[in-house]
Design a protein around this ligand. Structure first.
Ligand code: AP5
Ligand code: MG
Length: 224
């Protein structure tokens, strides 16, 4: 399956993508995680991206699009992928379509997680992320087994620099201006599926899996 995850900052894209990636055995590609890894490693890309991310703005399209193009050419994407946080602008969506067209493939689904702004602002206050593997936690709703330590890789759990309340509100503003129009973009292509992202994480995952199964049945004989 080739999937795009849409939703405001904090809607649960990374959380759902992590689970779906394991269940469907396809790579989880998060542009946010790629930027954060580059910032941590002090690369040129990281240096360029940091000022935008820390202020809640979008990293310019030219930087972002090339990263995803390169990643989609990797062998593990042949069986499918989940894009989390990309595309985020109409030009990014169009360039993704062009790239996939060139490879002779198409997206199967754009999964949109719907969560009200105030729920998001509250969630972000409790979010922690693993500094090593990027897995998201929440000190209220999704605690690690041992405080401050990632269940999966043992890495330290950190507060993201862009999770300050004023930055979260700026990210929401940027989302409504630049990214929300993608809902209409994918709806017009007939591949938009909306989900209530305020339900329990596992309930939403189950609903998404059921929908993907239905899409797959309508088309072929098994998950790709
Ligand atoms: P990115 O890392 O993509 O951030 P984001 O889109 O703002 O989304 P988040 O990662 O904050 O939230 P999420 O939806 O993944 O939620 P999560 O699962 O963690 O991007 C960061 C920055 O990089 C951008 O601001 C931009 O500057 C730049 N960037 C990235 N991609 C770009 C692009 N394509 N173009 C340009 N710039 C780009 O969940 C949030 C919290 O809620 C967690 O604590 C989690 O445990 C909890 N939670 C999740 N689901 C539930 C639930 N159902 N119930 C209760 N709690 C839940
Ligand atoms: Mg995320």
């Amino acid at each position: 399956m080739r999937i795009v995850l849409l939703g405001a900052p904090g809607a649960g894209k990374g959380t759902q993508a992590g689970v779906l990636s394991k269940k469907l055995d396809i790579p989880h590609i998060s542009t946010g995680d790629i930027f954060r890894a580059n910032i941590q490693n002090g690369t040129e890309l990281g240096l360029k991206a940091k000022e935008f991310i820390d202020s809640g703005k979008l990293v310019p399209d030219d930087l972002t699009i090339n990263i995803v193009k390169d990643r989609l050419l990797k062998r593990d994407c042949q069986k499918g992928f989940i894009l989390d946080g990309f595309p985020r602008t109409i030009p990014q969506a169009e360039s993704l379509d062009n790239e996939l067209n060139g490879l002779g493939i198409k997206l199967d689904a754009a999964i949109n997680l719907e969560v009200p702004d105030e729920v998001i602002v509250n969630r972000m206050k409790g979010r922690r992320v693993c500094g090593k593997c990027g897995k998201p936690y929440n000190i209220h709703t999704l605690k690690p087994k041992q405080e401050g330590v990632c269940d999966v890789c043992g890495g330290p759990l950190l507060i993201r620099d862009d999770d300050k309340e004023e930055t979260v509100r700026e990210r929401l503003r940027v989302y409504y201006k630049n990214t929300e129009p993608l809902i209409g973009y994918y709806d017009s292509k007939g591949i938009l599926y909306n989900f209530d992202g305020t339900k329990d994480i596992g309930v939403t995952t189950g609903e998404i899996i059921d929908k993907l199964e239905q899409i797959r049945k309508d088309r072929t004989g098994g998950f790709e």
